[in-house]
Design a protein around this ligand. Sequence first.
Ligand code: PNS
Length: 162
Amino acid sequence: MRRAVCPGSFDPVTNGHLDIIGRASRLFDEVIVGVLVNQSKSGLFTVDERIAMLREVTASYDNVRVASFQGLLVDFCREQQASVLVKGLRAVSDFDYELQMAQMNIGLAGVETLFMPTNPLYSFLSSSLVKDVAKWGGDVSPHVPDLVREQLRARLTVERPG
Ligand code: PNS
């Protein structure tokens, strides 16, 4: 069984994440989406909310599971019996930090990292940008699944100036 982990914060999941998860699901027998529980950083959505959204938007993939993890990613990989991480690279600027993490992770536990070039349609996309646009009433419908757009609307609607 070839298992891969797609890790991240997913606060919230975007179409860019979904593109990577979907493509990884075609390359591996099983893909585990690992949602980081970060005690020192509170997100817009709770980890349970992020997981619920991820489960719904990946429901059409038979071989994708969603789970949360705390601590080291390589420990989560070991628990899940996965020896490969799949990460999307949006731009060259992503590469330096991703390379450092990949080298640390293979050194720590022999976990390999495969970098997948992001679909150019999503190369500028990040959860942070999506949250900022949604906060000010901008249209995020090209960037996130409908369900996520609705959750953002419910969570973030603020009065616009003027
Ligand atoms: O979506 P993000 O926030 O860019 O994802 C970052 C993530 C979860 C991949 C990274 O923060 C991580 O791996 N955290 C787990 C802690 C860990 O293993 N640290 C050492 C990495 S070399």
